[in-house]
Design a protein around this ligand. Structure first.
Ligand code: ZN
Ligand code: ZN
Length: 343
């Protein structure tokens, strides 16, 4: 099969011929249909997380959808050949620790990551642990739905964690893969959304408005809180999806008393906040990453009900290095999805 392999951090991925993997007892073998390309993949290939060096060489990719074509001996009764399932970041967890037992498996210390700890879906075939395989609901498009398995569930759970109610104002900072899904989920949940994009970014402004944002800020990065306070007096919660420390600090300044700052993007470094305002205003700082299998099922069902899908552009596996180049240069609007029908 063809696969895009990362041999060393910071190097180009190499399109190689690799043997089709053989499923172990708990695995299914999946023939890929679609795979979103996520900013997390870019962090990984750039070597932003040194701790993952031990896993190289590796086939990245963790927003896949494909068809089950072979089942391991212990695969259970829930899946059969022909089922269409997702390959998310959470490949498997221990199922026994306090986080797994309390439905917060995304925080498991033994989390096995698709595309990092094990091979991912920038390949024609991939293995998936049956216990963590969540089926794509009938009738959903695999291309526009692939990003739900990462960006979609991440934003769905972030919104859930924020406890914002219908009719309340929120801000979504950044309108990439995460932000564009977040706007759709938030609006379907009845929230009123202000979006914040990079200075002068007309494409993201138009996308945010098309998705239903009430208004969009595209001014200087260090003034977005002032704009939000002037516009609506402050938001109930701000969701920061961009890897930019100033955006986090501005988000903190933009929320109302008892508001929530929900961190989803991951810039390197520290943010500084005025402790007095934090304490006396009762502001909560919430870190949110991924979601559990239940969150994922909910995110998919909710997306089907409200016809939520990612704005995607289909590209080919052999274009993978160009895709990452475009991503690094901020040239992507929405999400790139690899289309395996045309490998
Ligand atoms: Zn991702
Ligand atoms: Zn665990």
């Amino acid at each position: 099969m063809q696969a895009a392999v990362l041999n060393r951090f910071k190097e180009l991925l190499e399109i190689q011929h690799v043997e089709v993997p053989i499923p172990g007892p708990d695995d299914v073998l999946v023939r890929m249909i679609a795979c979103g390309v996520c900013h997390t993949d870019l962090h990984f290939i750039r070597g932003d997380w040194e701790i993952f060096q031990q896993y190289l060489p590796r086939i990245p990719g963790h927003e896949g959808i494909g068809e089950v074509i072979e089942l391991g001996s212990n695969a259970g009764d829930d899946l059969e050949k022909g089922d269409v399932i997702g390959i998310p970041w959470v490949h498997e967890t221990c199922l026994q620790c306090e986080y797994c037992l309390s439905g917060r498996e995304e925080f498991c210390m033994k989390l096995v990551r698709s595309g990092v700890t094990v091979h991912g879906c920038f390949a024609e075939y991939v293995l998936m642990n049956t216990k963590f395989a969540v089926k794509l609901p009938q009738g959903m498009d695999p291309y526009t739905s692939a990003p739900i398995y990462c960006a979609g569930v991440t934003m769905y759970k972030a919104l859930k964690s924020s406890r914002v109610k219908a009719g309340e104002w929120i801000s979504i900072v950044g309108v990439g893969g995460l932000g564009s899904m977040g706007i759709q989920y938030a609006i379907a949940m009845g929230m009123k959304v202000l979006a914040v994009v990079e200075p002068g970014d007309k494409n993201s402004t138009n996308l945010a408005k098309k998705l239903g944002a009430e208004d969009v800020y595209d001014g200087p990065v260090d003034k977005h809180a002032e704009w939000i306070r002037n516009r609506v007096g402050g938001v109930e919660a701000s969701f920061v999806t961009v890897p930019l420390i100033t955006a986090f600090e501005q988000a903190f300044e933009s929320v109302k008393r008892c508001g929530r700052v929900v961190g989803v993007g991951m810039p390197k470094g520290n943010m500084s906040i005025p402790i007095t305002r934090w304490v006396t205003s009762g502001i909560e700082l919430i870190g949110s990453t991924l979601g559990s299998r239940k969150d994922l099922q909910e995110a998919l069902d909710f997306a089907k009900l409200h016809q939520i899908g990612c704005k995607v552009e289909k590209r080919k596996l052999k274009d993978i290095n160009q895709i990452f180049d475009d991503m690094s240069n901020g040239k992507i609007n929405g999400r790139i999805v690899i289309d395996f029908a045309t490998v």
